[in-house]
Design a protein around this ligand. Structure first.
Ligand code: ATP
Length: 574
């Protein structure tokens, strides 16, 4: 079974798609980029939060809200820009209506098993910084959740808290703002959903009913459509049997469909930024009642790609000030400069939870780095995939065109493959993910649009056909395997022509995750040492704790100078 319509690139639905902009646009670009697809989101650069994107031809896919050169003050520019999808004259309408998820209880609570290393989570060091942090809880019982929530937790197969849950749940229950950083696949979604739902239940939320303007209590934003959909399914699962209604809206789908979902009632809104701003602009969502604002993959939501949108969101009319709402940020990576930006969204007394090392890779993923030149990559990939057999494998490449190209190539090699990237129509993306999830196509070729958050059962392998531009992206990509205590493998092709700037951070990530570091990689890391190097676009590749603690403490949990050759020291990895 081959990928369908692989060459339906540049479809009208997707030409605005800004999900495929990896953190490459945070500055340091490793390649000449000549072979890269035009990355629309590069146009968003020009200063953190400061830039306005130039007008694109409005195609109305709803994941972007540019298209108007808004006039007037910054404060009300949200409205004119948010009209991005509203004009029917701006190109073909998006008509895709995603199929509703199954409603039966078994499907709602379907889950995969925790892995053999689940109990090892208990040994991971956790650091909480900030004042007056409530103590961690050790069991779900200690959280004192209502019976319905406890039933749902049990039906979801959760018997034991993960570390990020132990610390985050009491913090959120205590009403505190939170920035939490924990390894991929360690349960961050439930860490924010459960306490929010507990509060809502406790506050005696009124059942949602049909209204033209809905005023949700909770807003969850995430960078990709598939991820918000996944968060929505989790919210629906945990709110099962309650009167809390969760709704999901995202670009690439019919706007009218999003509106119809919302007007039926909405307590928890899960949204991608562009579609959210469109809907706010259409006055279908009012923000006055927002008590919880969650930024999942928060570092991504605040970087130059989505940061301006998030800034607009918090200055939308009606949005309660940070003092009046609870703001929660979660990610596996949190570069220092982004932590500083985040402060604008959070109360000054926010708490910072670091489970293990900020930006560290999950130790349940066995990482291998192979030296493979550009022209040998395809052959090597086929060799590896033939050895892997039918085990589910995600193959990451750097560009959308390459994703199509490699997927087609693999199909020609009789390896059942599908692909997901920002130039595919939403219908195709969902079909691809579905085919991969169910094992029909055990190989998924993906761009970074699939790097973050996706929780797919049984992904045993991640192959970085192309290494990403940043080490953060690498950590997220390999985190698609080795989830929830299960083990996984990641193989990365390191091209000496283009990847040398990643050698230092890679050595660091491998070492911290107790992986073998190839001698040749260490040598490159050593020889490409640049004092004050800030490649990889992370201000400090090894920021390990709360930036409020200052530089000196940043190194405590992250870096041991004995782990890399001299003269590289903590600071020099900056
Ligand atoms: N306490 C728990 N017990 C059992 N399973 C859990 C528990 N918490 C979470 N899970 C499951 O673990 C998987 C990973 O959780 P989740 O997707 O929330 O991870 P994450 O930390 O957000 O990962 P990422 O950084 O990749 O976004 C999910 O399938 C989730 O249902």
């Amino acid at each position: 079974m081959g990928p369908r319509n692989l060459f339906l690139t540049n479809s009208p639905e997707s030409s605005n798609d800004c999900e495929d902009n990896p953190t490459r646009n945070r500055g340091f670009s490793k390649r000449g980029d000549n072979d890269l697809d035009p990355d629309e989101c590069m146009q968003r650069t020009g200063g953190l939060f400061g830039s306005r994107r130039p007008a694109l031809s409005g195609t109305g896919n709803g994941d972007t809200s540019q298209s108007r050169s808004g006039s007037g003050s910054e404060r009300d520019s949200w409205k004119s820009e948010a009209g991005g999808e509203s004009s029917d004259t701006q190109g073909p309408k998006v008509t895709y209506i995603p199929p509703p998820p199954p409603e039966d209880e078994d499907s709602i609570f379907a889950h995969y098993q925790t892995g053999i290393n689940f109990d090892k989570y208990d040994t991971i060091l956790v650091e909480v910084s900030g004042h007056d942090a409530p103590p961690a809880i050790l069991t779900f019982e200690e959280a004192n959740l209502c019976q319905t929530l406890n039933n749902n937790i049990a039906k979801a197969g959760y018997t034991k808290l993960t570390p990020v849950q132990k610390y985050s749940i009491p913090i959120i229950l205590a009403g505190r703002d939170l920035m939490a950083c924990a390894q991929t696949g360690s349960g961050k979604t439930a860490a924010f959903l459960l306490p929010i739902l507990a509060h809502m239940m406790h506050d005696g939320i009124t059942a949602s009913r049909f209204k033209e303007l809905q005023e949700p209590e909770c807003l969850i934003v995430a960078p990709t459509r598939e991820l918000v959909n996944q968060i929505y399914l989790e919210a629906r699962k945990f709110s099962f049997g309650t009167c809390v209604r969760a709704v999901v809206i995202y670009g690439g789908t019919q706007l009218g469909h999003s509106i119809r979902q919302i007007v039926q009632g909405c307590n928890i809104l899960c949204a991608t930024p562009g579609r959210l701003m469109d809907i706010i602009g259409k006055e279908k969502i009012g923000l006055k009642q927002i008590k919880y604002l969650v930024l999942d993959e928060a570092d991504r939501m605040l970087d130059m790609g989505f940061g301006p949108e998030m800034k607009k969101l918090i200055s939308c009319p009606g949005m309660p000030s940070k003092e009046q709402r609870q703001t929660l940020m979660f990610s596996a990576t949190f570069p220092e400069e982004i932590q500083r930006l985040a402060a604008e969204f959070l109360k000054s007394n926010y708490l910072f939870v670091a489970v293990g090392q900020v930006g560290g890779a999950c130790r349940d993923v066995q990482q291998t780095v192979l030296q493979v030149g550009q022209f040998s990559k395809r052959e090597k990939l086929v060799e590896i995939l033939r050895n892997i057999g039918d085990e589910r494998t995600m193959v990451f490449v750097e560009t959308k065109k390459k994703a199509d190209f490699i997927a087609t190539f693999l199909c020609q090699e009789k390896i059942s493959t599908t692909s997901i990237h920002g130039d595919r129509e939403q219908r195709e993306r969902e079909q691809a993910l579905g085919d991969f999830r169910c094992g029909k196509c055990p190989v998924l070729v993906a761009t970074s649009v699939a790097a973050r958050g996706l929780d797919i059962e049984n992904v045993q392998h991640v192959i970085n056909f192309d290494l990403p531009s940043t080490i953060d992206e690498y950590v997220h990509r390999i985190g698609r395997t080795g989830r929830c205590g299960n083990t996984g493998r990641a193989i990365s092709f390191f091209d000496l022509e283009s990847d040398n700037h990643l050698a230092q951070p890679l050595v660091k990530v491998l070492t911290d995750a107790q992986q073998d570091v190839p001698a040749w990689l260490e040598e490159i890391a050593f020889s490409t040492y640049i004092p004050g190097f800030s490649g990889s676009t992370r201000g400090n590749v090894f920021a390990s704790v709360d930036t409020r603690k200052g530089k000196s403490s940043l190194n405590t949990a992250g870096f041991s100078s004995s782990q890399v050759p001299n003269p590289v020291d903590d600071e020099s990895w900056d």
